[in-house]
Write a protein of this length. Sequence first.
Length: 214
Amino acid sequence: MAYFITFEGIEGCGKSTQAEILSRALQAETGCQVVATREPGGCPIANKIRAILLDADNNALVPLAELLLYAAARAQHVAEVIRPALAEGKIVLCDRFTDATTAYQGHGRSLDLALIENLAQLATGGLTPDLTILLDCPEEVGIKRAMARINAASGAREERFEQESLRFHQAVRKGYLKLAAENPARFIVIDGTRGIQETAEAIHNAVVPRIPQG
Ligand code: ADP
């Protein structure tokens, strides 16, 4: 049955690791088809916008242009991937969505929160996740993990946000916690400082009872 789950948190909190583990578990246990995707990106056109957004050479990108690029990528991703999958009754797991824009461009870059909300409505056509997992961890822990991952990976170094100050990431983390406090029915906050398996179990135990049956 259609269900839309998003993963949120600062860089290196473990979102992509946990989204992959949960995706495999839900596929095996529910018999439902699971679509795992991510933002920015998730489809070829949005992936091109991702390359612009995450390239550290683009440090001249102004906050408003950054915000509009996220909105453009999201509009394409929602129309091309997320809405069709939900219409087919699939479970969609998305690594970052509109809350990331509120946390990063709103709380991190101090852009107007009402403008961000209006753009989110426009880009998604009002689509809101059924459930959002916020993996919370201190910025020092997240950035250390994210830089280790980037240094070990081959290909493009997607590190424009990792290069921001710890203060920026602290503002983003606080923004996420505020969003979770304001939307308690939609958010589950999970401690992201524990080991991968322990975190996966906590997520599994929190998510599975909430997936609608049939
Ligand atoms: P995110 O998607 O939130 O940026 P990742 O899932 O890519 O984070 O994790 C960043 C790096 O940290 C990866 O190399 C991953 O293997 C590692 N990692 C993820 N979760 C944990 C954890 N709970 N403990 C230690 N390392 C982790």
